[in-house]
Structure formats: structure tokens, C-alpha cells
Design a protein around this ligand. Structure first.
Ligand SMILES: Cc1cc2nc3c(=O)[nH]c(=O)nc-3n(C[C@H](O)[C@H](O)[C@H](O)COP(=O)(O)OP(=O)(O)OC[C@H]3O[C@@H](n4cnc5c(N)ncnc54)[C@H](O)[C@@H]3O)c2cc1C
Length: 604
């Protein structure tokens, strides 16, 4: 029998980003005991990197905003394959969640009369993003942590969960290991909330941190839960492209919200060349109007740089492919030009975008108040994830809940900037609340020693193989390269079939990867264990992308470049069959109620 420590909690939350912290706070407030596990130190989750803001229809800057406009924007952005109930709950509840954060001490930027300031962002009709300069995620995590810490939540830091434990078809706990010492832990729980974030490390160019290896997606899938719409990856239009060591690091959409413009090597604002029909009536058709919009003129329409991320990314790729890119394979993003329009422009830029100023100054020796930045698309966010019930966030496996980026539904085919942070708050709270209710009503399940032994056996497997062969990083790099090239921004049947073959080969290579040394302080071992997750989510993305023979949102097929109404009625579902095979099927999207339909129609 393996050696391990056991911890008992009513609710176990895996992940301490915005979603996990909010879930833990809610469950704990409901009076149940809560354990919170995270791979890094508390406060270091990916949410801390969020820059632009939290989308919520507070209507502080433009009183025409309301939950209905936010709902319609989210559905349009998601190209109508969203879980409409989640989009409705999100739009209705986000303002209260932001005000609650304020009451818990978050220091938002302010309007002249002292209310929470809101900024423009792509796809949002009105200024909607509550923000703290360009460090909103940091403030969000700080506030949630300060609040949560006083509630008696047990935190297990630097601990990676590698499998979920089941009894009688439901989830009753989890198995993990301490990253520092390698000791095993078994968590017994009546309900488990997954809040593990995204999958961006399956790609070569990404804005995502080392933690984004698709763990929650894989844990859920291996436990028998459905994944939904895994083909929908978001490639953010503006990542750094130079120098190579920082390629992929995010350049916030806030730059464009503050008036930044995209230009090609000919100096042309190419975004005016291709405005999709669905957005034409809401988009400025000249530069002057676009500028006025960014400065708060309510009669102006938004500039085309603030169209949805999927569209802006494709326009950038077109410019680069057609030879109008910048020297390092991107295009130009220029905020320095606003100095000609406003007094003390350089100070204004530094005040509004302090992180961007420092990022470019320190990493690329570029002063963004004087020169344009070079930017290009970067893998940023996955819209697909664990399929959950909209109201409760429970997955298709009893006792297993999911929230935040690892869950899916609210964003459909494309997420609007700012909608993730509000998603974390709205659905983190709901997941915590319903997990607590579930836990209270349920007897503790039995932990099966066989499952624990099997989890421990696969955890130490890399040590049993020879460390002389290929290392885990070589397999990971090969995977990232392949996913970037064959299942990236522009996809074809032929290339994705090649990717499936490649995945098989990579799985075989991964099964031979060994780890040297022992379990203490061993990053090579951690990387070897990550491979299973990265390969699983990559296969799910590829199979789902093959199934959706159309282009929609973040999923663009060169061989099916148009949107197909038939695919607008379905979500793709990925499931693990009894024999271990991954299958993809289609599920009809439930009919949207008349009341919500008419909101969408009235805003078109
Ligand atoms: C640079 C950048 C800027 C962004 N800016 C914005 C923005 O302005 N507005 C917006 O709405 N969105 C933004 N996003 C997206 C948003 O930040 C993320 O989608 C969101 O923070 C995800 O939060 P989460 O709680 O789901 O997961 P995370 O914050 O990533 O937390 C995941 C947690 O799970 C833990 N974990 C993972 N796997 C395991 C495991 N196996 N065992 C134990 N613990 C595990 C991690 O340690 C971590 O604690 C941005 C993203 C990036 C990359």
C-alpha cells in the first residue's frame, strides 16, 4: 500500500484562482468544511495575470447598458452556440458580484463622481469593464484571498491532484502529491469543485502560464464527465512577437480600448477593410468616429479594432500572410499616437496601462508612449471545457462540479474580453453554493484502496522507466509545435488528421518518458505527469475540431470557411468510452425561450 496522508473535507475545491477562491468562500459561508488545493502558492494562480477588467453591466459610464445588452453581446460574440441560460445568469448576476468584491475591499478605478469606472473592450457595446489600471486580476485575487482567509478554509498549496476517486458512480475524493516533497495525499470529500483553469500550454505560442496543462479537463474526462465544445480555442489577437523569449505574452485589449490602433507595414489601419455584417451597424466607418467612441462620445460607434477577438486575429493573420506584416512577423499596435489628441498623453498612457508600459520597456526596450508595439495572435483561452448544469455547475458525474475556465457553456464559440473574470465570480459562487448543498445532503462515500494504489502506481511510473531516453520536455515541445501548426488558428481536415496520427506517436513517446532522481523537488517528474493531460486535451480539441465542419468564432476551417446553420444548433461532446477510446458526438442546443430570443433580436 502506498504511503499517504488523508484529509477530510465536505467540499474540496481544486484550484485557487478567481473561480476556486469564490467557490471556496461560498461553500465555507454555507457552513461546510472546505479544502482548497492548488499547484502553486496561494495568490499565484493564473487569474492574477488578468489585466483588462471584469465585464458587468453596472451602467456607471453609459446608462444605456443593462443585463439585456450584456446578454445579447455575449450571445452574439459566442455566435449563438452558448449555453443561453449561463449567458443569462452571468449577465444578470455579474453586477452584484462586482459590487460584492468592492464591498470586500477591491480598489477599482473611479469615475469623477466616485463610482466604479468602466472601460471599453472588444465586442461589448458599451464601456463595461470594471478595472484597476491593467492589474485587475491581481486586485481580484488579493481581495478574494483576504476575504477567504478569515473563513477557516484549509489550504493545501503546491499540491497537484492527479486523479479523482469515485464510489458508486459519484466522485468522493481526489489523489494528489506535494510538489516539493513528492508525498502523496488523499482527499476525502462529499463534493469536489474543479477550478483548474485552461489548456494553453498545449500550444507553442501562448499567453498562458505553466499551470495551464488542462488538468481539470482531463480529471473530469477520466472520471467519466462530458467535455463540450473543445474545438473553440481563443487566439488573442495581440501577443508580443519579439524578442523570441517573450513571444506570446499578452498585450491587453485595454490598449485598443484606450485608443490604440492596428496598422500594417504600409501604415494602413487594415481593420476598416473587413467589418463583418453582424457588426456593421455598431462599428465606426471612419477613424474620427472610432476615436470619439474611445473617448466616451455616446453618439459614436466603436472602432473596428474592438471587434471580437476571433475576427481581429484572422485579420492580423491575413495581413502577415499577404506580406504586410512587421519585421518580426506581427503587425503594429500604436497607442503613442493619442499624444496628438490629448494633453499629457504620455502620462495618460502610463497611468492607464502601467503594466504594458513596463512590459515593453523591460522586455523589448520599446517605449509605448513613443513607438508602436509589434503584436500577433497568441493562444489565450479555451471556451470549451467540462459540461455543467447552468444553475448548479454540476457536471454529468454526481458530486463533481466545475467553474471558471475549465468549465464551459457561457462563451459559446468565442469569449468576449472581461467575461472570464465575471464568469469566475458568478459561477464560482454558484458552484460553491450548490456543492455545499450537495455535500450536506450526501453521505460520505468510501475511498477505494485499489483506486488509491492505482493512482500512486501511475504517479511513480516515470521513475520505473529509464531516464536515459527522451525527456518529458522534448515530448511537450513536439506536441506544442504540432498543435500550433496543425490545429491552430486556421484548420483543415487533412492537417488535423495528421495531428491525430501525431498524437498517437506522441502518446507512445510519452509512455516511455522516464524521470531521474526521486520525488523531492523534481520538475522533470512533474512535466512527465503533465503529458497525459496535455495529450488528452489536445486530442479532444482535434477530434471536436474535425467534427465541426464549419467556421465559427475561435474555430476557423479553411476547408469549410462559412458558418453553417445546422452546426449553429449543436454542441460537440467528448466522452471517454468504457474501452478507453475518446468519442465525439453532437448534442442539440435546447430551444432558447421566446423572452431571451426577443432580447437578442431587438439588439441585432
Ligand atoms: C495575460 C492574461 C490576461 C487576462 N486578462 C483578462 C481580463 O482582463 N479579463 C478577463 O475576464 N479575463 C482575462 N484573462 C482570462 C482569465 O484571466 C482566466 O480565464 C481566468 O483567470 C481563469 O481563472 P480560473 O479561476 O478558472 O483559473 P486560474 O486562475 O488559472 O486558477 C487555476 C488554479 O487551479 C490550480 N490547478 C490547476 N491544476 C491543478 C491540479 N492538477 N491540482 C491542483 N491545483 C491545480 C492552479 O494552481 C490554480 O490555483 C486573461 C488571461 C491572461 C492569460
Amino acid at each position: 500500500m502506498p504511503d499517504y496522508q488523508t484529509h477530510d473535507h465536505d467540499v474540496l475545491v481544486i484550484g485557487a484562482g478567481g473561480a476556486g477562491l469564490r467557490a471556496a468562500i461560498e461553500a465555507s459561508a454555507a457552513g461546510v468544511s472546505v479544502g482548497l488545493v492548488c499547484k502553486s502558492l496561494l495568490g499565484k494562480a493564473h487569474t492574477v495575470m488578468a489585466e483588462g477588467g471584469i465585464a458587468a453591466a453596472l451602467a456607471n459610464v453609459d446608462d444605456r447598458d443593462s443585463w439585456k445588452v450584456h446578454f445579447a453581446d455575449t450571445m452574439r460574440g459566442g455566435q449563438y452556440v452558448n449555453n443561453w441560460r449561463m449567458a443569462e445568469l452571468h449577465a444578470k448576476e455579474a453586477p452584484d458580484r462586482v459590487r460584492e468584491l468592492e464591498a470586500w475591499g477591491a480598489m477599482f478605478d473611479r469615475t469623477a463622481d466616485g463610482r466604479i469606472l468602466q472601460r471599453n473592450f472588444g465586442g461589448h457595446r458599451y464601456p463595461r469593464l470594471a478595472h484597476v489600471g491593467d492589474r485587475t486580476g491581481l486586485e481580484m485575487i488579493r481581495t478574494l484571498q483576504d476575504h477567504g482567509i478569515h473563513q477557516g478554509i484549509d489550504v493545501h498549496m503546491e499540491c497537484t491532484v492527479t486523479s479523482l476517486l469515485k464510489d458508486d458512480g459519484g466522485v468522493v475524493g481526489a489523489f494528489g502529491y506535494e510538489r516539493e516533497r513528492g508525498r502523496f495525499k488523499v482527499f476525502r470529500a462529499r463534493a469536489v469543485v474543479l477550478a483548474t483553469g485552461g489548456v494553453g500550454r498545449a500550444y507553442k505560442i501562448t499567453s498562458n502560464s505553466w499551470e495551464y496543462t488542462g488538468d481539470g479537463h482531463t480529471l473530469a474526462y477520466d472520471a467519466g464527465a462530458d467535455l463540450v465544445d473543445m474545438e473553440f480555442m481563443q487566439f488573442h489577437p495581440t501577443g508580443m512577437v519579439w524578442p523570441p523569449s517573450v513571444r506570446g505574452i499578452l498585450v491587453t485589449e485595454g490598449v485598443r480600448g484606450e485608443g490604440g490602433v492596428l496598422k500594417n507595414s504600409l501604415g494602413r489601419r487594415f481593420m476598416f477593410d473587413d467589418i463583418p455584417e453582424a457588426y456593421r451597424s455598431q462599428t465606426a466607418d471612419n477613424e474620427e468616429e472610432g476615436w470619439r467612441y474611445t473617448q466616451g462620445d455616446k453618439s459614436a460607434r466603436r472602432p473596428p479594432e474592438l471587434l471580437t477577438r476571433d475576427h481581429v486575429s484572422r485579420c492580423i493573420v491575413r495581413e502577415i500572410k499577404e506580406g504586410r506584416g512587421s519585421p518580426h512577423g506581427g503587425v503594429y499596435l500604436d497607442i503613442s499616437w493619442i499624444k496628438d489628441r490629448i494633453a499629457k498623453g504620455a502620462e495618460h498612457i502610463k497611468k492607464k496601462l502601467p503594466s504594458m508600459y513596463h512590459q515593453f520597456k523591460q522586455l523589448a526596450d520599446i517605449d509605448i508612449t513613443r513607438e508602436p508595439m509589434e503584436v500577433g495572435p497568441t493562444t489565450h483561452y479555451i471556451m470549451g471545457g467540462v459540461r455543467v448544469d447552468a444553475d448548479t455547475q454540476m457536471s454529468s458525474v454526481p458530486g463533481l462540479f466545475a467553474a471558471g475556465e475549465c468549465a464551459a457553456g457561457i462563451n459559446g464559440a468565442n469569449r468576449l474580453g472581461g467575461n472570464s473574470l465575471s464568469d469566475l465570480l458568478v459561477f464560482g459562487k454558484r458552484a460553491g453554493e450548490f456543492a455545499a448543498t450537495f455535500a450536506r445532503d450526501r453521505k460520505a462515500g468510501a475511498i477505494d484502496p485499489q483506486q488509491v494504489a492505482e493512482a500512486a502506481r501511475s504517479a511513480v511510473e516515470p521513475f520505473e522507466r529509464s531516464p536515459q531516453g527522451e525527456g518529458p520536455y522534448q515530448v511537450q515541445y513536439a506536441l506544442q509545435e504540432m498543435m500550433q501548426d496543425l490545429v491552430g488558428i486556421v484548420r483543415t481536415e487533412q492537417e488535423m488528421q495528421r495531428a491525430l496520427d501525431g498524437l498517437e506517436t506522441l502518446r507512445a513517446r510519452a509512455s516511455r518518458v522516464g524521470a531521474a532522481g526521486h520525488r523531492e523537488y523534481n520538475p522533470g517528474w512533474h512535466a512527465a505527469l503533465d503529458l497525459h493531460n496535455l495529450l488528452t486535451v489536445s486530442e479532444a480539441i482535434t477530434r471536436s475540431a474535425l467534427e465541426r465542419r464549419e467556421s465559427r468564432g475561435g474555430h476557423f476551417r479553411e476547408d469549410y470557411p462559412e458558418m453553417d446553420a445546422a452546426f449553429g444548433k449543436i454542441n460537440t461532446i467528448v466522452r471517454k468510452e468504457r474501452d478507453g477510446r475518446m468519442t465525439v458526438s453532437r448534442a442539440a442546443i435546447p430551444e432558447i425561450p421566446e423572452e431571451l430570443k426577443s432580447i437578442i433580436e431587438s439588439m441585432k
